[in-house]
Design a protein around this ligand. Structure first.
Ligand code: FAD
Length: 470
């Protein structure tokens, strides 16, 4: 491929200012490279053309050109992904949605908003709030991730127990397929029983079926008042028992997260925050409830009383104000950064039926301890959703290559264990490049063949994010 020609031809279609060729010196190399890389540290970006479309029509023109010339493309959102989905390492054209960040319209009656897909998720939260509504999908990366990237990965986050996944909030999508066609699915209506709901195919498709350019999201009312509770828990079984108790309470649970003492130590080191309790504990659970009025405060105390009397917790504290809410959340949301900034980490993001979780953790720990006694494990996650983030840390003195080879060799054993306990090898991060060799542990061959057949309809020349997912 002659990149200079590609740059000229694409510039003629969408405007020179929207096309960057690595060699033309318009952008420094590190910034340019960063558009072809996500949060995985395993891959090196290798590409030369970066485009910044501003409209759906721009995206369609880019894809038409790429499809005609059979040049692969990589959609690039906020690049906070953990699966290598936004990595460009084979001279693809990288399509950054950064400049597609505007509100298109809003419906104050239903409570919905239509935005371009490159809007940063936190800005979407603000736009919803300014209109008196609430967009509930939230997690530690929403200050950088795009709503388009969230839809492409069907992101979850910390409030799935109450509000579900991104999929549950998407009313309509505009996408550009691999043929350069613009498809508009469902618009902004709630009810539409007119055959297959094709938007769902694009939600979680990791940029392999189409580029999401616009989306309409349903909004809801903000939780009235929030109470954040942090408790110290002596064993994993008690975490599940506490979760069971939350179902018996009429108080709406917003989040149910857990982490280990090891994770807490890492956050304390990284953020310089004090221990929440006087003595360490094997596990901690962070619960968030919606409350409205004194009656609810009593219900909250009653939950705490029950789990204390049943000895499911050894200590606990209710945050007294919004600053303390933030501090408690820091213990949980600071974990990913605390680990990845100071260590080399092999990440696994898995889900399991809750009833199998304890047995799985026991077997998984003995598998890892048996095979790699020096490896430290950081275990945390959205336990209320059955979602564990299982991070293996590189031991001191080991080189990266050896570490990742060892991790990759233990992965199949772990995935077999996940299969045995009826779980999934990727709960919310997706498959991307990182997990594609293992997709068969969670999907049957006939499911994978069906996915490939669907891809062939929307992307017959296979130019959209090739090599990702399968
Ligand atoms: C600290 C931290 C915490 C996190 N916590 C969570 C969590 O709790 N829950 C969770 O689900 N995830 C979490 N993640 C992972 C990540 O933030 C999500 O997967 C997020 O949805 C990715 O969005 P993005 O815009 O950064 O996408 P990117 O990383 O840019 O891309 C992700 C995938 O989507 C594709 N893509 C991007 N934009 C588009 C588009 N417009 N059209 C089509 N395809 C597109 C890319 O090609 C790629 O395959 C976390 C990440 C970090 C760093």
């Amino acid at each position: 491929m002659n990149f200079e020609t590609t740059k000229k031809e694409l510039s003629a279609k969408i405007g020179e200012s929207k096309v960057i060729w690595k060699e033309d010196g318009k952008m420094d190399e590190a910034t340019f490279d960063s558009f072809g890389l996500d949060r995985t540290k395993t891959y090196k970006p290798e590409y030369k053309i970066l485009v910044f479309p501003e409209t759906t029509e721009d995206v369609a023109a880019i894809i038409e050109y790429a499809n005609f010339n059979k040049i692969p493309v990589v959609p690039s959102g906020g690049r906070t992904g953990y699966a290598g989905g936004a990595v460009a390492k084979n001279s693809e054209i990288v399509i950054s949605l950064n400049k597609m960040n505007k509100v298109i319209e809003a419906d104050p009656f239903l409570g919905s908003i239509t935005v371009q897909a490159g809007m940063v998720t936190k800005n979407l939260h603000k736009e919803a709030e300014e209109r008196g509504f609430y967009y509930p999908v939230d997690f530690a990366a929403t200050g950088s991730s795009h709503i388009g990237g969230n839809i492409a990965t069907n992101a979850g986050g910390v409030r799935v127990v109450r509000y579900g996944l991104v999929r549950d909030w998407v009313l309509g999508l505009t996408v550009v397929t691999g043929k350069g066609e613009i498809l508009r699915f469902n618009g902004e209506i709630l009810k539409n029983n007119t055959g297959y709901d094709l938007k769902h195919l694009f939600i979680g498709s990791e940029g392999t079926l189409g580029i999401i350019t616009e989306c309409t999201l349903k909004l809801t009312a903000s939780p009235k008042d929030i109470r954040v509770i942090l408790v110290a828990v002596p064993d994993f079984k008690s975490i599940l028992e506490i979760f069971k108790k939350t179902h018996e309470s009429p108080l709406p649970l917003l989040a149910f997260e857990f982490f280990t003492e090891f994770c807490l130590e890492k956050v304390k080191e990284h953020l310089g925050v004090p221990s929440p309790f006087s003595s360490p504990s094997p596990y901690y659970v962070l619960m968030e409830y919606e409350v409205s009025g004194e009656n609810d405060e009593e219900k909250l105390f009653s939950i705490l009383e029950t789990i204390t009397n049943e000895e499911y917790i050894t200590d606990g504290s209710i945050a007294q104000n919004s600053r303390q809410n933030e501090t408690f959340w820091k213990y949980r949301e600071g974990i990913s950064e605390s680990l990845s900034l100071h260590n080399t980490v092999h990440k696994n993001d898995i889900s399991l039926p809750l009833r199998n979780m304890e047995a799985f953790i026991q077997e998984m720990e003995s598998l890892l301890n048996g095979k790699y006694p020096g490896f430290q494990i950081a275990l945390f996650g959205h336990v209320g959703d059955g979602n564990l983030h299982l991070n293996i840390l590189m031991p001191e003195g080991m080189d990266k290559e050896t570490f990742f080879i060892k991790c990759k060799s233990v992965d199949p054993d772990m995935f077999e264990l996940i299969q045995k306990y009826h779980g999934s090898i990727s709960a919310e991060h997706g498959i991307g490049l990182l997990k594609k060799d293992f997709l068969g542990f969670s999907r049957s061959q006939s499911e994978i063949d069906s996915m490939k057949a669907i891809k062939a309809i929307f992307d017959p020349n296979g130019i959209l994010n090739p090599g990702k997912l399968f």
